[in-house]
Ligand binder design. Structure first.
Ligand SMILES: [Zn+2]
Length: 275
């Protein structure tokens, strides 16, 4: 592998204009200070410190920051979850039994009637809950029947009295609104809104729990890319064009994505290959 000085001479003979020569020299200095044999891909601040001990040029700090931001090796080795994406609350319902959640508590001791599970239906507006005993083996049509019998009928009368309790509803809605705003403020602390467009190139953070195969060994890269954004699902989720070898779903959370800044490679790739 040619040394930094040899490379510099090589480039100096190849390039014609003075500006180009200076640019290439700066790139080599940056490369030496950040990614050469004795350097360990330090962050922008430390790389800058190494340089200012020997050189100084206008906008050195900016150049170092840009260089580190574009370093492919750094991205792959130091990737982590990003604080991207804001908390997006559900729409606030305006009347009871308009927006409900359903869940099951399964595997309980069997009752005399053979019921071993509880079907739980909660109204997001009034927080009223129905606990309906059922069978673990009950299919969708049976559950639907239970729902209409136990929930719809009981609350039908309540909806008829809607006018009467309208005022209470308005107050409840205002309360939920206030609590949501408070929670939203808390949940979004330290997070930032990052949006991508179809066609954008991104790094994908290889989350341990999701990319099990790719993170078996500690020394494996923590990120891969760049990959193309295929489409936006919502502000916090994107469909990414991942190679089929990944074997995971192509929709990823925005906290796993960071923008691909450019193709500047560190010296370890092109220069080593040539030498
Ligand atoms: Zn680096």
């Amino acid at each position: 592998m040619p040394s930094g000085a040899n490379l510099l001479n090589l480039f100096l003979t190849l390039s014609s204009t003075r500006k180009e020569r200076i640019m290439l020299s700066l790139m080599l200095y940056l490369d030496e200070a950040h990614a050469s044999g004795l350097m360990g891909h330090f962050g922008a601040k430390k790389t800058e410190q190494v340089l200012v001990d020997h050189f100084i040029w206008p906008k050195l700090q900016r150049d170092v920051e840009r260089y580190v931001l574009h370093c492919v090796t750094c991205h792959k080795a130091k990737s982590r979850l990003n604080p991207h994406g804001l908390y997006t609350p559900l729409l606030i319902p305006s009347v009871p039994w308009e927006d409900i959640s359903m869940d099951f508590v399964l595997g309980l001791p069997r009752t005399k009637r053979g019921r071993d599970s509880i079907f739980v239906v909660v109204d997001r507006f009034s927080m009223m809950a129905h606990f309906i005993p059922c069978h673990k083996s009950g299919d969708a049509s049976h559950i639907a029947e239970l729902f209409f019998r136990e929930v719809e009928q009981v609350n039908f009368d309540a909806s008829k009295r809607a006018e009467y309790v309208k005022k209470i509803h308005e107050q409840a809605r205002a309360n939920i609104n206030k609590m949501t705003k408070m929670y939203e403020k808390h949940a979004n602390k330290g997070r930032k809104k990052v949006l991508f467009e179809p066609g954008d190139l991104v790094w994908v953070h290889l989350r341990k729990d999701r990319f099990l195969e790719k993170r078996k060994c500690k020394l494996q890269p923590r990120a891969d890319g760049p990959f193309k954004v295929l489409q936006k699902i919502d502000d916090n989720a994107y469909e990414i064009v991942l190679p089929s070898a990944y074997g995971v779903s192509k929709s990823l959370n925005v906290s796993d994505l960071s923008r691909f800044m450019g193709p500047v490679e560190s010296r370890t790739t092109p220069f080593q290959e040539g030498g």
